[in-house]
Design a binder for this molecule. Structure first.
Ligand code: ADP
Ligand code: ZN
Length: 644
């Protein structure tokens, strides 16, 4: 047993450069090495890849990794090769001869891991290879794609069990996902036919992320203001339409911000170019539709802004989760408007299947999928409107009890508790006014009457005689917000398309008769715009940590020089800087000050391969630097920045 553990740790250091496992990793690796199937649900950034890549290095046969997207495969293969691991992918972007070549190499056991898209699993050439190969493990990445309840259902994932059944020996099957509700988890277990699997569900809370919902009147301005707060950082803005993408990019560019667009309207080449520019830190902001980012492991993204409400919490958490992967503080802001809900519903009804790798599905299944999508959309809408802790809402959605108590300290609801106001009296006034004006009054007329307007309609219809006439001093906007809140929460129903009129629902009795009290998030729209509230809680205090040199008390100049060297190496090789070394490794170098190759190997993120390739250059820089400057080694050990 101890030899397995030693072996595990040896491989972890040798190939991945780490000397300890993150929570849950060892448990999963052990289970896989003992040939037990597993399902691991861990949030983005928790370190899922190592959980299958490490056993893949120890197994005698090959590991087939089923992965939904080309960009995802690309990124992982690039990282693996940087660590000296032999791996390849097969996908539709390659020519036949390239694919043929890769399969031949796989046949001669050249690879430890082979990544494939699910569509490949029943193709003759691939099947022929697989049936005769020594496949030790089949790993299903983004396993939620197998469930109709999941946010990215991929019918081709259903080919997986059939594929596995055709192999000469049943391999270990391991499945991984970052987002899965209880229902989706059950689907995965069942559909993949996992055999007595080890199930690991890691905590979903990403403590380093600040969650915010704003309802601004001018989204473009708000985006610009948010980005201006982060002049030297990298961020993603997600929009639900191409038109919004274009608009936001234009706005940012005219304000001197280095931004580029990413959506399906661009050629594959343009998209790759913009994506790489972002990965390589050449631009600060990428403005994208949700087509961007799956599998993008850019660790230094410090904010993700959603220009529109996304289609579900799963997508939201996944997209927002691309911020702060390096463990430092990051902000996730959602800009909500009622129009987003209308758009979301429209997209569900009109979702075309023009996504090239999705197969045709029949009408009945399509309607079922739509129904599920509408349910998820409604849960997303509730997130945008809740008065309660946003973090708790997300955790509960994923079936995780939250132990956040009253105040999570890092969401816009917890940080702005004053914005929750008691609206009982106002609600009583509005509802009873509707009752007295019944039937057939619209929203505007109710508000006018409450405010004592002398306009024609109010006067002509005699509403000025009502006891609810002129009993409110609030502005039209303020009354309107409470009115809309009452509609959204089912106290008032609007009937009719063109000139909707108000009806009281039976729920209105709770307020009118039972005297229930009611509160709402006050005036998100204007408050948020009028004065940008200061965050006085934990997040605010910790926010300065983005400057890692200050936080970890390392020499700023040395860190800058190390970054420069990393950039040169990365540019020479044509890979993103963070794939050479993450910031955390550079910080570690500043603390350990390695001057020999042996000392260099102690740095977190330095495995044997990276040691061999990069020790000389980095230790030389450090030696030169320390001979001209007085810098102290920090005795503190351990990883500088961890994601959890
Ligand atoms: P996920 O797939 O769960 O989103 P990744 O596998 O991309 O996460 O890992 C996130 C980051 O954490 C990567 O940069 C990875 O190198 C790093 N990481 C993974 N395991 C460890 C570990 N044991 N120690 C330190 N860093 C780790
Ligand atoms: Zn909170």
């Amino acid at each position: 047993m101890s030899t397995t553990i030693e072996k595990k740790l040896e491989v972890l250091k040798k190939y991945f450069g780490y000397s300890a496992f993150r929570p849950n990793q060892a448990e999963i690796v052990d289970s896989i090495l003992a040939h037990r199937d597993c399902l691991a649900v861990m949030p983005t950034g928790a370190g899922k890849s190592i959980c299958f890549q490490l056993p893949a290095m120890l197994f005698p046969g090959i590991t087939i990794v089923i992965s939904p997207l080309i960009s995802l495969m690309n990124d992982q293969i690039r990282s693996l090769r940087q660590s000296g691991i032999s791996a390849a992918y097969l996908n539709s972007s390659q020519s036949n001869s390239e694919q043929y070549d890769i399969l031949n190499r796989a046949k001669s056991n050249e690879y430890q891991l082979l990544y494939v898209a699910p569509e490949r699993l029943d193709e003759v050439v691939f099947l022929e290879y697989a049936k005769n190969a020594d496949i030790a493990m089949v790993t299903v990445d983004e396993a939620h794609c197998i469930s109709q309840w999941g946010q990215d259902f991929r019918p081709a994932y259903s080919k997986i069990p059939v594929f596995i059944a055709q192999l000469k020996n049943r391999p270990v099957v391991s499945a991984f996902t970052a987002t899965a509700t209880q229902r989706v988890r059950e689907d995965i277990l069942h559909s993949l036919q996992l055999d007595n699997p080890k199930i690991v569900v890691a905590g979903f809370d990403r403590k380093n992320l600040l969650f915010e919902v704003k309802t601004p009147t001018d989204k473009n301005k708000t985006v610009l203001d948010l980005i201006k707060k982060h002049p030297n950082d990298y961020g993603i803005v997600y929009c639900s339409t191409r038109k919004n993408v274009e608009e936001v990019v234009a706005k940012l560019k005219t304000n001197g911000i280095k931004a580029a667009p990413y959506h399906a309207g661009f050629s594959a080449q343009e998209r790759t170019q913009n994506q790489e520019d972002f990965l390589f830190d050449k631009i600060n902001v990428i403005v994208a539709t949700n087509a961007f980012g799956m599998g993008i492991d850019k660790s230094n993204v410090s904010y993700v802004i959603h220009y529109n409400m996304p289609k579900d919490i799963e997508s939201y958490y996944q997209e927002a989760g691309r911020a702060g992967r390096d463990g430092s503080q990051a902000e996730c802001t959602l800009l909500f408007s009622g129009q987003d809900v209308v758009m979301g519903l429209w997209l569900i009804e009109n979702s075309s299947d023009n996504d090239s790798d999705k197969e045709e599905i029949d009408a009945k299944l399509k309607e079922e999928l739509r129904m599920k999508a509408r349910e998820r959309l409604r849960a997303m809408e509730r997130y945008c409107k809740t008065n309660d802790c946003l973090r708790a809402y997300i955790l509960n959605y994923f079936g995780e009890p939250d132990d956040l108590h009253e105040n999570c300290g890092a969401c816009s609801n917890c940080n702005n508790p004053n914005e929750v106001v008691d609206i009982t009296i106002l609600a009583q006034k509005i509802l009873s006014c509707i009752y007295k004006m019944y039937p057939k009054v619209g929203r505007g007329l109710v508000i006018d009457t409450l405010r004592g307007s002398k306009n024609e309609k109010v006067m002509n219809k005699g509403f000025y005689k009502l006891s609810t006439y002129n009993i409110c001093t609030e502005s039209v906007q303020e009354l309107g917000e409470v009115f809309d809140f009452l509609v959204e929460n089912g106290y008032i129903q609007m009937v009719g398309e063109q000139y909707p009129v108000c009806h009281l629902t039976t729920k209105a009795n709770e307020i009118l008769r039972e005297r229930k009290s009611l509160s709402m998030k006050q005036n998100l729209v204007t408050k948020a715009e009028r004065k940008e509230k200061e965050y006085v809680t934990r997040f605010k205090k910790e926010h300065i940590v983005r400057d890692v040199a200050v936080y970890y008390n390392v020499n700023d100049q040395l860190l800058t020089q190390l970054k420069k060297l990393r950039r040169q190496i990365a540019d020479n090789q044509g890979v993103p800087a963070f794939q050479i070394f993450q910031d955390s490794s550079l910080v570690d170098m500043c603390r350990i000050l390695p001057k020999t190759a042996d000392e260099f190997s102690m740095v977190s993120g330095v495995g044997a391969y990276k040691q061999q390739r990069y020790a000389a250059a980095f230790t030389k820089l450090i030696t030169d630097f320390t001979s001209h400057n007085s810098v102290e080694k920090t005795t503190e050990t351990g990883l500088a920045l961890t994601a959890n």
